[in-house]
Design a protein around this ligand. Structure first.
Ligand code: PLP
Length: 405
């Protein structure tokens, strides 16, 4: 029925009828396959945002679609009031993939972070012996963990917070990457440190080498939990299955989302051993959709895809190619390039071109990318893209930058 609408008509309709909580690029997508998407007028684009890494396996990965279709023909939703024949398989596979005994399934990334915070507070009271409702969590400046009221309570992004209080208390902010500051912030009431191994929304910010290891050592010494938010960095985006593996660190709690849903459904989870997740008992926490059979089947298939290590290896190889290409981009416009696996942040001189302007010009070169914080663009193509796709991306950025200023 809507096939006859043009891009501009879709944009006008969306702007009129949907809340303006995003400022999308002016492109209307209608189809996707692998690393490529097509707009309603038939123009093709390389998707270098990949649904903020929810599309690590590309659009409509055949195995994920087949598994989803198979499950759609059997059973989609039960609620957790009953068992279903998919959740146990999913939980076992995900636990094995990330080295944890148990998982707690949720839906969005923010819900999983909220769950991890609740688990940490309850663990603090029930196991560590912190007085009830006193547990504190050390968090990082520049963080992004989602949009709920509790989570934006400790955001340092003014736009994310302004007007949304009153906020949840019990969080201590420290500079990202400063292990001494984490140590100083820890008190007898601290129950956990929450960090992103790479700050994705922050602009692909990588902490100094050794930081996560130092925090791990500190958490062991002070008897507190290390929670790694791997919602964006996890599931092979940075090369290994989890980004903490770059430092050989094993967190107590791993938070996963985005790619866990295979680009099909929101699927998230908190993974931890049972001495931690065991504090959650019937009635203390839940979700109508968390662990539903359709989501579990897709999550299970994602785990099976990652089991062989091929995506992890491909992420590392393609990431090297992208990083080398980006570092070769000359001129003074590029101020910094940070990368880990197939994930890069490029800082620009905004007096020459802003991140938004670069992304708009990249559209003309058939590339979709996303800016952040005004002068940075983030690149996270699907892990299924080809060497040629990466070269095309680098060429497109090079061409745009060569023609500015
Ligand atoms: N945690 C991290 C590290 C994220 O990058 C995001 C989203 O970008 C979230 C949590 C929130 O995930 P969701 O948007 O699915 O709630």
């Amino acid at each position: 029925m809507t096939d006859y609408l043009t891009s501009s008509q879709h944009i006008a309709l969306t702007e009129r009828r949907a809340a303006h909580n995003y400022h999308p690029l002016p492109v209307v997508l209608a189809h996707g396959e692998g690393a490529w998407v097509t707009d309603v007028e038939g123009r093709r684009y390389l998707d270098c945002l990949a649904g903020y890494s929810a599309l690590n396996f590309g659009h409509r990965h055949p195995r994920l679609v087949a598994r989803a279709q198979q499950q759609l023909g059997r059973l989609t939703l039960t609620s957790r009031a009953f068992y279903n024949d998919q959740l146990g398989l999913f939980a076992e596979a995900l636990g094995a993939l990330v080295g944890k005994e148990t998982i707690l399934p949720m839906n969005s990334g923010a819900e999983a972070v909220e769950t991890a915070l609740k688990v940490a507070r309850k663990w603090g009271t029930d196991v560590k012996g912190v007085a009830a409702d006193r547990g504190r969590v050390v968090v990082m400046e520049g963080n992004f963990h989602g949009r709920t009221t509790t989570i934006v309570s400790f955001s340092t992004d003014d736009l994310a917070r302004r007007g949304f209080g009153p906020f949840t208390t019990g969080f201590d902010l420290v500079p990202y990457g400063d292990a001494a500051a984490v140590e100083d912030a820890v008190t007898e009431e601290t129950v956990a440190v929450l960090l992103e191994p790479v700050q994705g929304e922050g602009g692909v910010v990588i902490p100094p080498p050794g930081f996560i290891r130092q925090v791990r050592e500190l958490c062991d010494r002070r008897g507190i939990l290390l929670i790694a938010d791997e919602v964006q960095s996890g599931l092979a985006r940075t090369g290994p299955t989890l980004a903490v593996e770059h430092e050989g660190v094993v967190p107590d709690v791993v938070v996963l989302g985005k790619a866990l849903g295979g680009g099909i459904l929101p699927v998230s989870a908190v993974a931890a051993d049972s001495d931690v997740l065991g504090v959650i008992t019937p009635g203390t926490h839940g979700s109508t959709f968390g662990g539903n059979p359709l989501a579990s089947a897709i999550g299970h298939e994602v785990c099976l895809l990652l089991e062989t290590g091929e995506f992890q290896q491909r992420s590392a190889e393609l990431g090297c190619r992208l990083a080398n290409g980006l570092r070769g981009l000359g001129g003074d416009v590029v101020r910094d390039v940070r990368s880990r696996g197939l994930w890069a942040g490029v800082d620009l001189d905004p007096s020459v071109i802003t991140g938004r302007q670069l992304c708009e010009r990249l559209l003309e070169h058939h590339v979709l990318a996303k800016d952040t914080h005004g002068s940075t663009i983030r690149l996270a193509p699907p892990l299924v893209c080809s060497d040629d796709d990466i070269d095309m991306l680098v060429d497109a950025i090079g061409t745009v930058l060569a023609n500015v200023g």
